[in-house]
Ligand binder design. Structure first.
Ligand code: SF4
Ligand code: SF4
Length: 370
């Protein structure tokens, strides 16, 4: 296992973090998996109030001395908070579930536009400071599916210790993306990456072109390994979370992370990833290249972003990440396709001759369907 610094906290963490959102069904297997990971060098364990049964099972797994060997991260369900005191009420419940008297890294969970408004309304930031003073938490953090400007605004709103963002070979420019990774790291935050395989969806719809590219590349690695390698190559990334469902998957991840050092990707490797990304993107149903010539829209629609989300959603179905992001972070700031008044200003500027107003209707329907 390879280790690295965790921002400015003084902690040293394994670059592989065990994500506890998708445990095996059998509790015994789940506990065995957590302990196997820790016995093989993993020292970062991530759970959340909202992951069904996960905190209770993690608490059992961390008995018998495993808690002391772990940097434990969990998350506040900010969307359930109805008054300031609720923040601490949920934290106390989490401490009981996890059978511990302290959370090492405590995150405000999923700061979409709506949830961030909730945090500001009920003063979630002063709650974090009070909990640090009381010793119930050690470090202040947040996880986010939001735009890059929103991410930067949140980073600047508090002296955070860590930020957790979605990043993978297809999401370089989605959500906080690479820009957010560099921004947070430059501010001294530990940067934790979630969804390295887009919730596993990246492996569900592998185009033939991608399989051919992998077969032709001189370095023989699986797509899973290339996805992780692309991430751990980046020195700004502290921990990459992987939610393994079986012991076999965990063992495979541990093998991959045995070499998880920054700077391992050659120029040829980077070109392979670019070609893989292009092969995935060639499957897109709306032929938007993201050039941005259609912008700005007088109604505030983020046209290329909406099309990118729709394409990604089509490719990864059934995956809810894009739809949740659209509904919680784009629509509430009036940047969604529903703001289009069909003025036609954009269409003449599109080099791909896309019927933008019509395609926006399609994208909005697709991204909001139940
Ligand atoms: S047609 Fe719609 S998306 Fe295009 S500029 Fe007008 S309002 Fe904006
Ligand atoms: S001009 Fe056309 S291709 Fe370029 S971002 Fe806008 S919709 Fe996409």
């Amino acid at each position: 296992m390879q280790y690295t610094r965790f921002g400015n906290t003084g902690l040293r963490v394994s670059r592989f973090g065990l994500g506890c959102m998708r445990f095996p069904e059998d509790e015994k297997d789940a506990i065995e998996m957590v302990r196997y990971a820790i016995d093989h060098g993993v020292n970062y364990v991530d759970t959340a109030y909202s992951y069904e049964n996960s905190e209770a099972i993690t608490g059992k797994a961390l008995k018998d001395g495993y808690r002391e060997r772990t940097v434990l991260a969990t998350k506040s369900p900010v969307w359930l908070v109805e008054k300031h005191a609720d923040f601490e009420k949920y934290l106390d419940e989490e401490l009981r579930r996890l059978k511990t008297d302290r959370i090492d890294v405590y995150l405000l969970h999923n700061l979409s536009h709506t949830h961030w408004e909730q945090v500001k309304r009920f003063d979630g930031l002063s709650f974090l400071d009070k909990m640090v003073e009381k010793g119930k938490i050690l470090f202040k953090a947040f996880s986010i599916h939001n735009t890059l400007p929103a991410f930067m605004q949140i980073v600047d709103a508090c002296d955070w210790d860590m930020a957790q963002i979605q990043l993978n070979i297809l999401d370089e420019k989605q959500q906080a993306g690479i820009g957010g990774l560099k921004y947070g790291a430059a501010k001294g935050l530990a940067m934790v990456v979630m969804e390295p395989l887009r919730g596993g969806n990246l492996l569900n719809a592998v185009p033939k072109e991608v399989r051919d590219l992998l077969a032709r590349h001189p370095e023989k690695r699986s797509l899973v390994e290339w996805c992780f390698r692309w991430l751990y190559d980046k020195p700004e990334v502290s921990v990459i979370l992987s939610g393994t469902r079986t012991l076999e998957q965990l063992k495979d991840n541990l093998r991959i992370f045995d070499r998880a050092r920054p700077g391992v990707m050659s120029g040829d490797d980077q070109r392979l990833i670019a070609a893989i990304r292009a092969a995935f993107e060639a499957q897109h149903s709306i032929g938007c290249t993201g050039c941005g010539y259609c912008m700005p829209c007088p109604s505030g629609v983020r046209i290329p972003e909406v099309f990118r989300l729709y394409n990604s959603h089509q490719l990864m179905k059934p995956g809810s990440i894009d739809t949740v992001f659209y509904k919680k972070s784009i629509v509430p700031i009036n940047a969604g396709a529903d703001q289009c008044i069909a003025c036609g200003e954009c269409a003449g500027r599109c080099p791909q001759s896309l019927d933008i107003p019509q395609l926006l209707k399609l994208a909005h329907a697709g991204l909001t369907e139940e």
